[in-house]
Design a protein around this ligand. Structure first.
Ligand code: XIL
Length: 679
């Protein structure tokens, strides 16, 4: 049994265990994780936004994580290291640096040197998001112990000293980093909505001391210490218009009356894959931006999964969050809380656990679909890529997983996994497997097409990664396979092949060889349309069809539609990538072709879209959109830069459009004439 990534005995683990984990991290294979396409920070910078991540748990011990952080992000938040416990551990002691982790002082396993963050950020041209000056007590530590990120000494100070202690802390800390920390979370989580929204009962909110006035006062002291820093009120559960954000909205006005120089709100955005109210999110940001003149930062984004087959769903939430932020000029930045599923606080809280997988990079620091969704939403493109989760097989022999974990284990010689309908497009070049293995044994993994004895497109030997919990990435070359196949992953040799988490397929930027056609009636899912032998009919307003895994390579310039339409209703076809509300990559207006059997063609420019995409064709603007025969993607882009210039150009999204002859008042009913289809 080799399952203890976050074992059942987890809650009882001691600091000593953490030592072991940290030491293991130290010897983890260091791989250079470089996702396809452009880096997030370059894309965000082009849009004038910040893209960041929190890093904690002594992130400096892990070189790969550090490399990824500086490559991808232009702002960093110290996850715990600027909390009182680390920065101000005793009344007259400010600890800007901490020694390396050691058993003499267990705090060294929780606190990194704040000064090192600043140095790291400056060396890599990143901003620093200071977190946090005033926070209530946090009930648990990484181990689930009763604990607080407020040091014990402070809990003994008298009500009469509370204000001066807070003021001195803010003065000293903000002053120490004046000009070097651009953003400060001044007050964190001061509102509590359980059961009704009001001010949180907390150590700070002491009626015999400052009462709730501690909030405006904290802002005033922070401003006095660094008048150029952006001062933020940060909280969770304020993403949409709800009682908590309403309360905040009102109270900010009162804080201002009390003199609080507040510049921005921080929306933490600890959300789940089921989050859907992006409109409410947009409207909420709008009122804080427009009515209160505040900037907005998304400060702690993570998207918790419930089971291990939700990578794609999670990616769409990330995509929508980035899009919603970009659509709001005052949404200045997005920071994720951690950035790899290996180091996420959700592994250590009761409502999280190892199935949460909330971040854009996986256990092996490989980019998940969520990463590529963010990249695309920021205007980037990448070559074909997709990720198979080992445990999301369609059929298997001899492997097991368990409900606490999201990988497969007990993988012995003769075990295999089968994945149906894997679209290899024009072929992938690299397979990166994320696995862990705690013994030396002679084993081989083979990826085969269509049967257990089919042709091998990739193979590798698994080696000892240093432990059954120590996941590492192994890249190998893929030697064949295009189009849609059943994939078999077979395990051979000795027993104990490994614990397997993900298989990441990556391609090159090479475009598909030429134009290709999607037959309308060959959709993977649909709403409201009817299928006839070679076309779809009864296509009405709101109907849609979906095609999975369409390989757009480096992108196409033109979309050709074959359709017939016998009415004059003004209607259109929108092509969306990823989801029905994903980016609109093309749009066509359908006009009467002179009859429901008179098929004609029409073309339009494709604005964006590369790599493997789920495409939605959404029919809108009225009923009787047409009898749709096919969609041809043509004029492939030769290079990636070609794609970008096309995406940047807004011009001309309706080439060849025949003049609009629609009579929008024509809502008369129509019939599909079935018996004699000629074209
Ligand atoms: C969390 C850290 O991620 C954990 O490592 C730590 O044990 C507790 O704090 N809201 C916040 C963050 O503002 O400071 C919290 O960070 C997560 C919730």
């Amino acid at each position: 049994m080799k399952t203890d990534r976050i074992g059942a005995s987890f809650w009882g683990r001691s600091i000593v265990m953490l030592v072991v984990v940290l030491l293991t991290l130290g010897i983890a294979q260091s791989v250079q994780a470089t996702p396809l396409g452009q880096r997030l920070r370059d894309l965000a910078a082009q849009r004038g936004r910040l893209i960041g991540a929190a890093a904690g748990w002594r992130f400096f011990v892990d070189q790969t994580q550090k490399d990824l952080l500086k490559a991808e992000f232009n702002v960093v938040t110290p996850e715990n290291d600027m909390k009182w416990y680390c920065l101000h551990p005793s009344p007259n002691e400010y600890k800007w640096t901490w020694p390396a982790p050691n058993d003499q002082d267990p705090r060294t396993y929780l606190c990194s040197s704040a000064d090192e963050y600043i140095a790291f950020a400056e060396a890599n041209h990143m901003q620093v998001h200071g977190h946090v000056l005033v926070w209530h007590e946090w009930p648990t530590d990484e181990q689930g112990h009763e604990y607080s990120w407020l040091p014990n000494w402070i809990k003994n100070i008298s009500a009469t000293s509370l204000e001066s202690v807070m003021r001195d802390h803010i003065n000293t800390v903000v002053g120490h980093y004046r000009g070097r920390i651009q953003l400060w979370d001044v007050v964190n989580e001061a509102i509590d909505c359980n059961p009704n929204c009001g001010y949180r009962q907390s150590f700070w909110n002491n009626p015999n001391a400052m009462g709730t006035a501690y909030i405006p006062k904290a802002f005033i002291y922070a401003h006095n210490a660094d008048s150029n820093a952006t001062l933020i009120y940060n909280d969770y559960g304020i993403e949409t218009i709800n009682p908590k954000s309403n309360f905040l909205y009102q109270e900010i006005k009162n804080w201002r009356k009390a003199g609080a120089p507040i510049n921005a709100i921080g929306i933490q955005a600890h959300i789940g894959v089921d989050f859907k109210d992006f409109q409410g999110f947009a409207k909420n940001m709008q009122r804080f931006a427009n009515d209160l003149g505040l900037d907005i930062y998304i400060t702690e984004l993570d998207v918790q999964m419930n089971n291990s087959t939700q990578y794609q769903q999670q990616a769409e939430v990330y995509r929508n969050i980035v899009q919603t932020c970009l659509a709001q000029a005052r949404c200045k930045g997005i920071t994720t809380w951690g950035f790899t599923d290996k180091y996420t606080w959700l592994n250590y809280v009761p409502w999280g656990g190892p199935l949460s997988n909330p971040l854009p990079f996986n256990e092996c620091f490989q980019p998940k679909p969520a990463y590529y969704a963010m990249q695309e939403a920021l205007g980037g493109s990448h070559g074909p890529t997709f990720m198979l989760q080992a445990e999301a097989y369609n059929q298997q022999q001899g492997v097991s997983g368990d409900t606490h974990n999201d990988f497969i284990y007990n993988v012995h010689a003769g075990s295999w996994l089968r994945f149906n309908n894997v679209n290899l497009g024009n072929g992938f070049t690299t397979l990166k497997t994320c696995y862990a293995k705690g013994v030396d044994s002679n084993t081989t993994v083979q990826v085969r097409l269509d049967s257990l004895t089919g042709s091998i497109i990739a193979q590798f030997n698994t080696t000892n990664t240093g432990g059954w919990n120590n996941f590492a990435e192994l890249p190998v070359t893929i030697t064949g396979g295009t189009g849609v196949h059943t994939l078999y992953i077979g395990f051979n040799g000795n027993s104990d092949v490994g614990n397997f988490d993900d298989f990441l397929f990556e391609g090159t930027q090479a475009p598909p060889p030429g134009p290709f056609t999607l037959q309308a009636e060959k959709y993977d899912a649909q709403q409201g349309v009817e299928t006839y032998a070679t076309f779809i009919g009864f296509v009405d307003n709101g109907d849609w069809i979906k095609f999975n895994n369409v390989n757009l390579g480096n992108g196409f310039k033109q979309l050709r539609l074959g359709y017939a339409k016998g009415n004059k209703t003004k209607t259109r076809i929108e092509v969306h990538a990823g989801s029905l509300t994903g980016p609109k990559i093309a749009e066509l207006t359908t006009t009467s072709t002179g009859g429901w059997n008179t098929f004609k063609e029409k073309t339009t420019t494709i604005k964006s879209g590369t790599g493997l995409q789920t495409l939605y064709f959404l029919f809108a603007g009225g009923d009787g959109v047409g009898n749709i025969d096919y969609f041809t993607f043509e004029k492939p882009h030769a290079t990636a830069s070609d794609v970008n210039s096309a995406a940047a150009s807004e011009a001309d999204n309706s080439v060849d459009e025949t003049p609009e002859d629609a009579d929008s008042s024509d809502t008369s009913s129509y019939l599909i004439y079935l018996p004699a289809i000629s074209r």
